[in-house]
Design a protein around this ligand. Sequence first.
Ligand SMILES: Cc1cc2nc3c(=O)[nH]c(=O)nc-3n(C[C@H](O)[C@H](O)[C@H](O)COP(=O)(O)OP(=O)(O)OC[C@H]3O[C@@H](n4cnc5c(N)ncnc54)[C@H](O)[C@@H]3O)c2cc1C
Length: 616
Amino acid sequence: MPSTSTPDYIIVGGGLCGLVLAARLSEDPSVSVCVLESGSENFHDENIDVPANLARTWGNPQYDATFFSTPQKGAGARQIFLPRGKGLGGSTLVRRTLNFVLSAISLLDQQLGNPGWNWNEFMKYFKKATQSESFTYCPQDVAAYGMHFDENAHGTDGPLKKTFPRCMDALVQPALQTADILGIRRNPDPSAGDNRGIFVATKSIDANATRSSAASAYYEPNKSRPNLVVLTGARVSRLLTANGSGSGIVIRGVEYLQGDALKVLEASREVILCAGSYETPKILELSGIGDPSILGKHGIPVVLDLKSVGENHRECQDHLVYTVTARLKGKLETYDSMQSPQVAEWQKKLYTEERTGLLSATPSLFAFLPLRTVDKDGIILDSARKMKLEGTNVAAQMTFKLQQQWLDNDRIPWIQYVAPFPNPALNEVSSINFIDRFMPGPGASVEPGRAYMTINAMLHHPFSRGSVHITSPDPLQPPAIELNALDNDADLAIFAETYKFAGKFLKTGPLGALVEEVICPATELKTDVDINAFLRQSLGSSFHPVGTVGMLPQKDGGCVDPSLKVYGTANLRVVDASIIPVLISAHLQATLYAIAEKVCLVPSDVERPHDIVLGC
Ligand SMILES: Cc1cc2nc3c(=O)[nH]c(=O)nc-3n(C[C@H](O)[C@H](O)[C@H](O)COP(=O)(O)OP(=O)(O)OC[C@H]3O[C@@H](n4cnc5c(N)ncnc54)[C@H](O)[C@@H]3O)c2cc1C
């Protein structure tokens, strides 16, 4: 039985980044690693393994820590649902399984002062992380949807399995044809460096149509390593610090709760925080690392004055999203057909016996579009260019200006549509109906036996910035998550144009011919006032928070340096979504696998380093 006594590395959080690091570091048998994860081990659980069971985990305390934002002024004072995976695999357990799309903008080594964090590096480590299973590239299936994968852009032997969906519902082809009519380019491979256009995304699903998560890919095959210990049900409450030398504060280890017991674990080398964008800043603040004025409010002694923790240039950013739902004519094989118990039973059999059918896949069609697609006259562009960010934070100003430069860069997708999203039937399957903004959109009710289509429209680069801070010294209390959603005219104006464009999409070509009526919103919205009210009422998160412990130069308000070490500490690193300094034009998981792979590359052919080295 491996021992937990003083491992070389303590990893806090067995989620996406934590498990990649654990697996890679423990490849060296002389290195000992202990992962502390607050959730449980959920191996071979059909709620996780079956792709279309995606929403069953949401809001379920076994898998989801279920955060909510503070009441959002820009969203009718609603608290926005913010699920966050809990258990080995972290948010890769609750994700929609979709979307291996890398961001073409990376982390901007030049503009944001992060040397070595650029596209070529991401591509290298993205490939190291992934394995495109053979049937993925079955030429006739892939070509039928206009995809032509670039062999050079996909890994062949990484731990994480990636496939092309085995089953597409009846709306994908009509939607693709409608996109052709509207002049949206087809993108044959959004992972190859340019993710603009419409495409069917590859998924983190294996050849057996089972979801591939950080746990199944990185931990399960390595769990018997004697130098790797994983403790579940272990919630880290704070870091233990010691006075350091010139190289900064030394982190001795962590204090954690397991059951009712408060325990201590010391590390001989490093503590690595991988608890995600909401909990990593919380652990830092509970440990006295943060803004003294916030720590003082909760009676926490200041160990290290690092004002941008949780604030990081006021930038808890999240891809904002809203939903439009349409009722379709006639009988179509969409996820809605599973409302019929007979069809659901048949689909289950199909999945169990042949590993195909609707349960084997998740929403597949994505369009990543530059702003010009919806703002042809450049009116929003003009006004967004002139916007000013109030406040003096250098990093906030810097990233805000960067976003303004992107307005004119047609290579950067600014908006995203996901369609046809499986909607009401999936609620039946998952028995989750409380997610009021999703599947179907708010206020819409659905009739059994009818088919529907939902489009999610997402803003890739909102100008709003929020924060994540502790509300109490009690580690069991959730942090206050402020999004400041829709607090500026540009985000609202861009969203309003995406709404008009989605309406056009639903009226055009082969897809338009299938649509009977839009049911969410309930009536056709003709004025900007009505559209804005609908957007505020239906706005939600698409679960991609970043930036709360950002990687930037310290003078610019950063919390971690390019080796992801926390400024002012000798041996504390953060490796998770919180370090991404500015939102990327993609869902996060592909980029995060690459980040974690890059950080934990410990070359086996050089002398054993005294520290984690970056693979750059
Ligand atoms: C509902 C949902 C759907 C998503 N869908 C997609 C998608 O389709 N495609 C995509 O690319 N991305 C998707 N994402 C985003 C992606 O899954 C996350 O960005 C990614 O998993 C974040 O990785 P991470 O390592 O930062 O944190 P996580 O994977 O969230 O891991 C953090 C881990 O730390 C643990 N932890 C937290 N606090 C403590 C503590 N105090 N002590 C011990 N352990 C702790 C947590 O339990 C968790 O296991 C989705 C996210 C969610 C929530």
